[in-house]
Each structure stands twice: as C-alpha cells, then as structure tokens.
Design a protein around this ligand. Structure first.
Ligand code: MGP
Ligand code: SAH
Length: 247
C-alpha cells in the first residue's frame, strides 16, 4: 500500500523538475540570442544540424532557411546518383549557412558554395569545420547572377530565398514569389551552367509551373518532383531536372 502523501510529493518533484528544465532552456535561448521569429526553428535545431551543440552558428535568415539535415542528405545522395563521377562538382548557388553544402561535401562532392551575404559564408565556414568538410568547399561571396556565366559544374543546386517564413500564407506560391528574381530567370541562369539541376522549393509551390521550367530547354528536360517529409510534416518540395531526374 502507498504511504499517505507519496503521490503529492511525486507531483511536486515532477513540477519542480519541469520548472528547472524550463529555466535551463530559457537561459540557453537567451545565451544564443533566440528572437521570437527564430524560436520555433531553435526548437527544431537538432533536425537542422545534428551537431548543433558542437558550435553551429546561425543568423536569423539562416535559421528559417537552412535545409533540415535529413533532407540535405537526401539531396546529396541524389547528386551522387545523378553522375557516374566519384567527385562530382556541385554548385550550391544560394548556400546560406551551409546546410546543403556540408552534406554535399560529406558525400564526396566538390562543392562551390555561393552566397551574396559575406556573413552567411562566415557562418557556413564555421559550420563546415564542425562537420570536418571545409576543405571540400570553395566559398565564394558574390551575386549568383553575375557569377553564373563563369561557372562550370556537374550539378546545379538552387535553394533561393522564398520571401521569409510568411511564404506559407500564399495559397498558390507561383515562381514569381522567389527572390531575388523569379524562378524562371533563376532556372535559366542555372541551365547555362549544367543541364542537371535540383531546386528546393516551398511546399505550396505551383507544381504546374515547376514542370513548365523543363520546357525552357529544347527538347524539354526530364523532370521529377518529390515532397520532403520530416517527422510526418512536409517541409518542402524538390524538383530534379535533366540528368538529376530519375530515368
Ligand atoms: P517553415 O515552413 O517556415 O517551418 O520552413 P515549419 O517548421 O515547417 O513551419 P510550420 O509553420 O509548418 O510548422 C520549413 C523549411 O522550409 C525550413 O526548415 C527551410 O528548410 C525551408 N525554408 C523556409 N524558408 C522561409 C525558406 C527560404 O526562404 N529559402 C529556402 N531555401 N528554404 C526555406
Ligand atoms: N540551402 C541553404 C539556405 C539557402 S537560403 C542552407 O541549407 O543553409 C538562401 C540564401 O540565398 C540566403 O543565404 C541569401 O543570402 C542568399 N542569396 C540571396 N540573393 C542571392 C544572390 N543574388 N546570389 C547569391 N546568394 C543570394
């Protein structure tokens, strides 16, 4: 038989434990400058980078834009499968804090990581060091549209800005909403680099328009579209074109 009062004591200690956990978490958040916009992504930090606690660094745009690690691994596996080469050259045209570039490098790709924001690439270099792959990545600060004509590679990876977390309030996300230029323009610049293109897009993207991107080539490129899930939630849509599509 339980002694009188045991249950109450247990409840109190569970409550105290929960309170302590909250206090520790709040201190951690404060130490890492977690703003209200970033908070929900901070709670998903180990899905974004499994090595988060080893010193991963982010800025606000990095938090809401980084490709979750398992999805970035999927993109990297598909890159390797798309070429018969042992070290394919992947051009990550909007590299951000390195979520994709790091996984490409871990799969033995040679990576060119471009971002217009020098601060992003500082963070990406820090993050690549944590995964031990900084030596496999050429980091280039610059505007993709200016650099594109001088780039050569096997696969082009495009994860451009979607316009911030409010992207999801748009019912039918047409390619015009992509930043800093519309999706058709981004795709045309990518085509000049290689006919093997991977594009990471919002889950509410207009799929008809995504298919139409393949018509920008003659004959049209093969296209394959997949939804990317993480713990039963769809996080985005990936379109594979040309040699990157499954035949
Ligand atoms: P989300 O929809 O803002 O988060 O971003 P979540 O947790 O799915 O939101 P919820 O409200 O549905 O619960 C989901 C994922 O999309 C992020 O983890 C990023 O990988 C990607 N993503 C989001 N944004 C705003 C961008 C962006 O601007 N650019 C790129 N390339 N990816 C983005
Ligand atoms: N895939 C990345 C996230 C990319 S977010 C990751 O997993 O970390 C999109 C990035 O595009 C932002 O970092 C932004 O600075 C960059 N960007 C915006 N305009 C650009 C341009 N004209 N050229 C290159 N990069 C650009």
């Amino acid at each position: 038989m339980k002694k009188k009062g045991t249950r109450n004591k247990k409840n109190i200690s569970v409550k105290a434990h929960k309170k302590r956990k909250h206090i520790i978490r709040d201190r951690e958040k404060a130490a890492q400058n977690v703003s209200p916009v970033v908070e929900k992504y901070w709670f998903q930090r180990y899905n974004l980078f499994s090595k988060y606690d080893e010193g991963i660094k982010m800025d606000e745009e990095g938090w809401y834009s980084v490709t979750p690690e398992q999805i970035a691994i999927r993109h990297a596996l598909r890159c390797v499968a798309a070429t018969a080469k042992p070290n394919p050259v992947v051009i990550d045209c909007f590299a951000g804090v390195g979520g994709n570039a790091i996984q490409f490098a871990r799969m033995c790709c040679s990576v060119v990581a471009i971002d217009i924001d020098p601060k992003k690439l500082e963070l990406a270099i820090n993050n690549a060091k944590i995964y031990g792959v900084q030596h496999c990545i050429d980091f280039i600060v610059g505007d993709f549209f200016q650099l594109a004509p001088s780039l050569k590679g096997d696969i082009v990876f495009l994860a451009p800005p979607w316009g911030g977390p409010s992207y999801k309030s748009i019912e039918n996300f047409t390619l015009d909403f992509l930043k800093p230029r519309d999706g058709f323009t981004i795709f045309q610049f990518a085509q000049a680099i290689a006919p093997n293109i991977i594009m990471f897009l919002p889950r509410n993207v207009d799929l008809q328009q995504v298919e139409e991107l393949s018509w920008l080539s003659s004959p049209p490129l093969e296209v394959e579209i997949e939804e990317n899930y993480l713990q039963n939630n769809v996080k985005g849509v990936t379109a594979y074109f040309g040699g990157a599509a499954c035949h």
